[in-house]
Design a protein around this ligand. Sequence first.
Ligand code: ATP
Ligand code: MG
Length: 324
Amino acid sequence: MSLRRFFEEHPDRRYIMFGGKGGLGKTTFSAATAYWLARQGHRVLVFSVDPQASLSDIFQRDIFGRGPVEIIPNLYAQEIDADQRIRAFQDEIREKIKSMYGLDECPEEIERYMQAAAGEPAMEESAIFDAVVDIVVSAEYDYYIYDLVPLGHALYYLSMGSIYDEWINKITRLREEMAEYAQVAAIMQRSRQTEEDQILLELQDIKRRINTSSSILTDRQKTGFFFVIIPEEMAILDTIKAASLFAKYDVPLCGYIVNRVIPASLADQAIPEYLRHRLEMQRGHLERIRREFGSDVLAEIPEFERDITGLPMIERMAEAMFGA
Ligand SMILES: Nc1ncnc2c1ncn2[C@@H]1O[C@H](COP(=O)(O)OP(=O)(O)OP(=O)(O)O)[C@@H](O)[C@H]1O
Ligand SMILES: [Mg+2]
């Protein structure tokens, strides 16, 4: 089995994710896969949900918060700006409150509440999640490549059920806090009916959106999730643990990609003792990986002589992953 064959044999798997510990090559593989698929003639979006996104670095383009940016024909990259998203969300609430209660200005107390809420980490995560939902339900691309955050955090995005709860709690809390403001409460008495209808509609909308995106994420027909691993003890142990956790969330695990493999052919050359030791160490770990994950190992990618940034390096990486 190879990565290329995987994509050839599963043309319906159009939501692609690379997961793994920090710094092992998720962004690199996301970008190279997106590049390869685009060169095959597919319309591809690679997008990042990471506040410390590095698609800008790898493509050497400033794409943060600019929506989908065309990198080469058919290849688009997007980095979500959570703050921008939160501001848009606040504007929306402000407008809703004004129109609901027929006010010219949003009450000062509510302004203050929204400022405080914007600082909550959960708010940022909700904003990013919301942006992701917008992207995946848009159906504008043949392929969606998720440049994921490191493992633990990625699980958060995958556990849609708990995010849904969080949303409901947040909205309930907002309602309760609003009720505390005497001024607003007085108006609410009069417009209780409309308000409850509004909230219900909002909840139904949220629920529908979350169901759509979470059903995509766990859809074995549509989604492919790959683990990135390197030939090192800790990485292997963590991956074994993570894989069983991901299986619990019904994430459609499709295989493993081993990154940063020192070319074995170096052993035939006159190389420093240091490098020989590292080669020997990797050989042991590679055997363990093959034993542990067997035919689920879809590719072994060499360690390049430099970082993977810029299109020529991305192209070399794509060749290493998918063949020339
Ligand atoms: N095979 C390779 N050869 C050389 N450098 C590599 C290779 N794979 C990745 N790199 C480099 O390693 C660094 C980390 O890779 P990358 O950013 O893709 O990891 P990540 O898993 O996305 O990290 P994070 O968890 O922080 O998002 C980058 O500088 C990248 O260019
Ligand atoms: Mg990354």
